[in-house]
Ligand binder design. Structure first.
Ligand code: SF4
Ligand code: SF4
Length: 413
C-alpha cells in the first residue's frame, strides 16, 4: 500500500483534513468550511462518476478496481465512498476520536465496506522482528476498540514472510487469525509480501514471487499485495498469471513508481501528450490492462483523486500508452523498483532497496521528515557505498546504483 497508502510506517503522521489542496471555485470563497467541503466533494464525485467493481476470486466479493486508503484526508474518503470505493487499506489507523466523520460514514452501512487490519512483526522491524500469536491477537483487539469497526474484513501480515521455510514452520500469525476468526472479529487472511532476497539482515531471504508461489496453493491466504508497476519483472507477471489460474487474489502496491516526481519535472511533463496526466494513464492501465484484482495508487487531496480515479476501469487509449512509455523510460532511469536483485552483490551490505524505498517516500509522497527519520535508523547508509561497482550489471533497469545512492543521501541524509 504501503501501500499504496503512501504512509506505511508513517501512518501515525495522519494528515489533517484542512490541509488538502482541493480546487475551490470563486463562488465558494464565502461559504462556511463544511459547505465548501461538501461542494468540493460533490464536484469531485461528479467528475469521477461510479468506479467499476471487480469480482474477487474465492470470496466472490465485488470490490472497486482501485482501492481506498485510510490515510486519505476525510473529504477524499467521503468522495471515494460516493463513487463506489469500498475497500479500505490500513483501516486500523482510523480512530474514533480523530476520524469521527469517516467512521460514522463506514458504520452507517458497515457490510458495504471491506476494512483491513494490517499487523506488523513485533519486538523489532520487518527484518528483525518476531511473529507472535498473542501480540498479534492483542493488536487486532486493540485496533477494533480504537476504530469501533466491530470487525475487520481482512487481516494482513504486513511485509510478509522472509522465506518459504518460515511460512511453512511458523504458524503463529495464522493461529492469531484463527482465534480472532472464531470470535467473528476478522474474516479473511491476507498478506503484503515484500522482497527479502539478498537482504543482509534476513539470511536466506527470498523474493515476494518465490514466497507467494509457494504459499498460494495452500489456500490459507485469500490474497496478497506486492510491488507492481509498469515495466515490472517477468517473475512478477508470471506470479500474477499463476494467481489468476489458482484463484488467488492480487493487489498491486507501490504502483505509481515515481509518477509524482515526474509531475514536478517541467521538461518531462512537456513531452507528454497534452491533457493526459501520469496518474490518469496509470489508473487506466492498472485497471484494464493488467490481471490484478485490485490496485492502490498513492494520492493526496481531491484534485489527485479526480485526476486518478476518473481513469479507473476505463479503457486505455493510444495517448495513455504514450504517457506510459514516457513514464517507463523515466522510471527505469530514476526510480528503483525495489526488486532487490542487486542486493546479494554488495559486499558492503548497503541496504540499496531500503534506501531507495525511503527516497520514494521523500520524493514521491512528500514525506521528507519521515523518510529522513527512517534513513537515520539504518545501520548502513548510502555513505557506506565505496563505489566498488559490483552491483552494476545486476540491476534489471541498468541503474547507476552508486550515483543513485549518493543522490538519495542528498535527500535523506
Ligand atoms: S558500488 Fe556501492 S552499492 Fe554497489 S556493490 Fe559496491 S558498495 Fe555496494
Ligand atoms: S537498484 Fe536496481 S536491482 Fe537494486 S533493487 Fe533497485 S531496481 Fe532492483
Amino acid at each position: 500500500m504501503s501501500n499504496e497508502c503512501y504512509l506505511g510506517r508513517r501512518d501515525f503522521l495522519m494528515k489533517t483534513v484542512g490541509a488538502v489542496g482541493t480546487s475551490v471555485g470563486a463562488s465558494q470563497l464565502m461559504a462556511r468550511p463544511d459547505e465548501t467541503n461538501e461542494r468540493a466533494i460533490e464536484e469531485a464525485v461528479e467528475k469521477v462518476g461510479k468506479i467499476a467493481r471487480h469480482k474477487w476470486p474465492v470470496s466472490g466479493r465485488k470490490i472497486s478496481v482501485l482501492l481506498g486508503c485510510a490515510d486519505w484526508p476525510d473529504e477524499v474518503i467521503l468522495a471515494g465512498m460516493r463513487c463506489g470505493v469500498n475497500y479500505w487499506h490500513k483501516a486500523q489507523y482510523w480512530d474514533k476520536e480523530k476520524r469521527p466523520k469517516v467512521l460514522a460514514a463506514i458504520l452507517k452501512n458497515r457490510e458495504a465496506h471491506y476494512c483491513q487490519v494490517v499487523v506488523d512483526r513485533v519486538r523489532g522491524n520487518h527484518e528483525t522482528g518476531a511473529i507472535d500469536e498473542e501480540e498479534h491477537y492483542q493488536h487486532v483487539k486493540e485496533r477494533l476498540e480504537a476504530t469501533g469497526l466491530r470487525y475487520f474484513d481482512d487481516m494482513i501480515f504486513h511485509f510478509g514472510y522472509h522465506t518459504v521455510e518460515e511460512y511453512k514452520t511458523n504458524r503463529a500469525f495464522i493461529r492469531a487469525f484463527e482465534r480472532l476468526k472464531k470470535e467473528k472479529v476478522v474474516r479473511r487472511l491476507a498478506l503484503s509480501q515484500h522482497n527479502y532476497n539478498g537482504n543482509a539482515k534476513v539470511p536466506g531471504g527470498q523474493s515476494a514471487a518465490e514466497i507467494l508461489t509457494a504459499l498460494m496453493p495452500d489456500g490459507l491466504y485469500e490474497h496478497a499485495q506486492f510491488f507492481y508497476s509498469y515495466g515490472d519483472s517477468e517473475a512478477i507477471n508470471t506470479l500474477v498469471d499463476q494467481a489468476k489460474r489458482k484463484g488467488f487474489g492480487t493487489i498491486g502496491m507501490k504502483t505509481s513508481r515515481g509518477a509524482s516526481r515526474m509531475k514536478q519535472d517541467e521538461e518531462f511533463m512537456k513531452r507528454l501528450p497534452a491533457g493526459i496526466s501520469p496518474h490518469h494513464a496509470l489508473a487506466r492501465w492498472l485497471t484494464t490492462e493488467t490481471k490484478l484484482d485490485g490496485a492502490v495508487i498513492a494520492l493526496r487531496g481531491l484534485d489527485q483523486f479526480v485526476d486518478t480515479y476518473s481513469g479507473a476501469g476505463k479503457p486505455i487509449r493510444a495517448s495513455d500508452k504514450a504517457v506510459l512509455d514516457h513514464l517507463r523510460i523515466f522510471a527505469n532511469r530514476e526510480v528503483c523498483s525495489l526488486c532487490n536483485e542487486c542486493q546479494p552483490h554488495c559486499p558492503q551490505n548497503v541496504p540499496i532497496g531500503e534506501i531507495l524505498r525511503y527516497e520514494r517516500y521523500a520524493l514521491d509522497y512528500g514525506e521528507v521528515d519521515t523518510a529522513q527519520a527512517l534513513y537515520a535508523h539504518l545501520d548502513r547508509r548510502a555513505t557506506d557505498c565505496n563505489n566498488c561497482g559490483q552491483c552494476l550489471g545486476h540491476c534489471p533497469q541498468g541503474m547507476r546504483i552508486p550515483e543513485k545512492l549518493s543522490r538519495a543521501h542528498g535527500v535523506l541524509g
